[in-house]
Structure formats: structure tokens, C-alpha cells
Write a new protein. Structure first.
Length: 172
């Protein structure tokens, strides 16, 4: 029996699944080609490669994202950190408390007392710099394996997808 090319439902050129009775695709093929599932799987697979660096420093990946957001040296408020790091406010509160307890960030004065502004301490900057150096080879490996041009295209497309979906009307 001859194998059919691209019979694998995860292959980029696989046929789209057949629609169920309501016209909505169903079954394994649909699940394997689901945008949300594909995004989650790509995220998990990619982040798994970086988690060991955070684990070695007794950090979570969200904590690392906060350090990254603050690494430019500009103090940021909690709202900006939530947006940049894709972290919900209650989680960010816990993260900021943990980073402050470790001496990695500190609160800075702000003319608006309602805003909670933080910045990296020298210890926090040193840890971030160390994590970047440690993880750079992994980032390069992914870039090389996937292709630098494809990586840039993927990032452009993902940012465009985010912008488009943000501009869609909110579901009722």
C-alpha cells in the first residue's frame, strides 16, 4: 500500500478537516490544526528550553519576563508590566513581592502616589544579564533550526495577528 503524501494532520499542507453537521470542523484533524492549540504547543515547547535557566536561579518564567521588561533601566508601573509581560495584576503583585524580597527590584518614588513604579536593582540587572548570556545559545539554536528569516516572519505575523484580533469587536 502506497503512503499518501502529507497525510499527517500536523503537516503544514495537510487538507482542512471535514465539517460536522453544523458546518463546524470536528475531530482530531481539527484539533491538530487549531490555532489556539498550535500556539499553546509552540509556546510550551519553546519555553521548556528556557525554563532550566530560570529554574537554576530559583525563578519562574513570569519573574524572568518582569526582569526582562525592566532591564532597559526605565522604571515601570504595574499596569505597563502587566501588559508587557502578559501577566494578570494579582499574579504581578505576587511576582513583584517575591522579586523585592530577593533584592532584585525596588520601588521608586513617583509623583502619582497611585502608581506603583519599580526598577531593577544592580543585583537584579546582574541576574538578568547572566540569564541572557546563559540562554543565548538556546535562542540561537532555535533561530538556526527554524531559520532566521522564518523566525522574523513568524514574529511579524504573530504581532500582526495580535493587532488584528485586538481591533476586532469584543464578543458579546
Amino acid at each position: 500500500m502506497k503512503a499518501q503524501p502529507n497525510a499527517n494532520p500536523t503537516h503544514p499542507t495537510a487538507a482542512t478537516p471535514t465539517a460536522g453537521s453544523a458546518g463546524i470542523p470536528s475531530g482530531r484533524e481539527y484539533y491538530e490544526r487549531s490555532l489556539t492549540v498550535a500556539l499553546l504547543r509552540a509556546r510550551e515547547s519553546t519555553m521548556r528550553r528556557f525554563k532550566r535557566y530560570a529554574d537554576a536561579e530559583d525563578m519562574t518564567l513570569p519573574q524572568w519576563r518582569v526582569l526582562r521588561a525592566l532591564a532597559d533601566g526605565e522604571p515601570l508601573d504595574a499596569g505597563t508590566l502587566c501588559q508587557r509581560c502578559v501577566i494578570l495584576p494579582p499574579s504581578l503583585t505576587r511576582i513583584l513581592r517575591a522579586l523585592a524580597e530577593r533584592g532584585l527590584i525596588l520601588q521608586v518614588a513617583c509623583s502619582d502616589a497611585r502608581r506603583h513604579m519599580v526598577t531593577l536593582t544592580p543585583k537584579g540587572k546582574a541576574l538578568f544579564d547572566d540569564l541572557v548570556v546563559q540562554s543565548e545559545e538556546t535562542r540561537r539554536e532555535i533561530d538556526q533550526a527554524f531559520g532566521t528569516e522564518k523566525m522574523q516572519l513568524l514574529l511579524d505575523l504573530l504581532n500582526e495577528l495580535r493587532e488584528i484580533t485586538e481591533d476586532l469587536p469584543d464578543p458579546e
